[in-house]
Design a protein around this ligand. Structure first.
Ligand SMILES: [Zn+2]
Length: 390
């Protein structure tokens, strides 16, 4: 039996304790404090009963539906269920014909998933793949462009994801949104595809996603906090700043940055927008929120009452001050856009790992929510862009 993390997104400190017994804990690497992401593979265990001990600080690092398992080399995933975890331990019998079983905190989504998605879309519509920049480790940072891309768009939308590498469930939402828009097979998606330019940065921390880093609270500060007054530390963030300030094109009307929250705490099992300090912008976010509340007819609910305006819960100024020695404020993309005079509406959307108010979050329901989000963007823009013919 071999246990390893040598797979895209792999992360864990693992140890084989005995006959089918494995101990794992999140590999924190350059994380300040604790975080909870892990993902590993077991081979050579077909037909065997495995016992896995998951340890972490300050508590067992599993989300509200227990760990996830894949018996097809990471192509599809399911939750094992919270009831399967006892004192940080769960058991799993590997199917007879399975030589690659994987366990994780969530449902991993890496560059290979995006490639597979784009390959599925290839026959339908044009997605232009650009190299936004090169990452610190020399990887191509992907930027996708689709919809009305000939310069005649009535609105422009920027979607970003994985400022925090581990927050993989948000990627399933992003895929669902793109799938809906690219389908262009109903009035809403067709309008989006024909009138709106979409720019998508699916993996802001490309290195972290592939390496399986936590990404969140990376020292000295993470990608999500790289929008402070100093020049960005990360090439991808510097390139996104340039996108947001391109002088030759109209500014983005909507910028949405997708995240996943902590797995514990009051805001861990709901979908919600997070506000930046600018009150006028927050009022605009509320218009999108209104549309999303109505559009979220899929399996996952969204309610405006769950949003976090600036100054509430964890969304307070202290959370945006760097913990490193330089003690300069480290801002999110939202704060950065608050100070850009021409910036359009911008918000962070937090999407949970396992439960949205009791409904199961998985790859399928996340994609369905992404489709609802696309619909909400359409309604929001058509309220704001009266020139377009309905
Ligand atoms: Zn995040």
């Amino acid at each position: 039996m071999q246990v390893d993390t040598d797979i895209p997104g792999g992360n864990a400190l693992t140890e084989i304790l005995g006959d089918g017994q494995i101990a794992v804990r999140p590999d924190l690497r350059d994380t300040i404090g604790n975080w909870f992401y892990w993902y590993f593979r077991v081979r050579g265990a077909a037909g065997r009963r495995l016992t896995v001990q998951v340890a972490g600080e300050p508590r067992t690092p599993v989300a509200g539906r227990g760990p996830t398992v894949s018996v097809d080399a990471g192509r599809s995933w399911r939750w094992l269920g919270a009831a399967e975890v006892h004192d940080g331990e769960f058991a799993f019998t590997v199917p007879q014909d399975c030589d690659d079983v994987r366990f994780s905190l969530g449902m991993p989504y890496t560059a290979a998933n995006l490639d597979a998605f784009l390959a599925r879309c290839a026959g339908r519509a044009g997605v232009v793949r650009h190299e936004l920049t090169r990452s610190e480790q020399g990887r191509r940072v992907e930027m996708l462009q689709f919809g009305r891309i000939d310069g005649g768009a009535e609105a422009r939308v920027l979607l970003t994801c994985r400022h925090h590498a581990c927050e993989m469930m948000a990627s399933h939402v992003l895929e669902g949104a793109m799938e809906r828009i690219l389908a262009a097979d109903d009035p809403a998606s067709r309008w989006l595809f024909e009138h709106v330019e979409f720019v998508v940065v699916p993996f802001v921390d490309t290195d972290g996603v592939e390496a399986g880093d936590q990404g969140k609270n990376r020292a000295p500060h993470d990608h999500g906090r790289d929008y402070g007054p100093a020049e960005g530390r990360y090439a991808s963030v510097r390139a996104i700043r340039d996108l947001l300030r391109e002088p030759q094109v109209r500014p983005f009307d909507v910028v949405l940055d997708l995240h996943c929250p902590n797995i514990v705490g009051r805001t861990s099992e709901r979908i919600y927008f997070v506000g930046s300090p600018d009150a006028d912008n927050w009022a605009a976010v509320q218009l999108l929120a209104e549309e999303l509340e109505q559009a979220a007819v899929g399996p996952l609910p969204y309610r405006r009452a769950n949003d976090l305006p600036f100054g509430t819960a964890w969304n307070v100024a202290g959370n945006f001050v760097t913990r490193d020695e330089r003690a300069v404020p480290q801002q999110s993309i939202g704060w950065f856009l608050d100070d850009e005079p021409a910036a359009g509406m911008h918000a962070i959307l937090e999407f949970p790992y396992a439960n949205a108010e009791g409904a199961e979050v998985n790859a399928t329901t996340s994609r369905a929510f992404g489709a609802d989000l696309a619909q909400a963007i359409e309604r929001y823009l058509r309220r704001r862009v009266p020139t377009s013919n309905r």
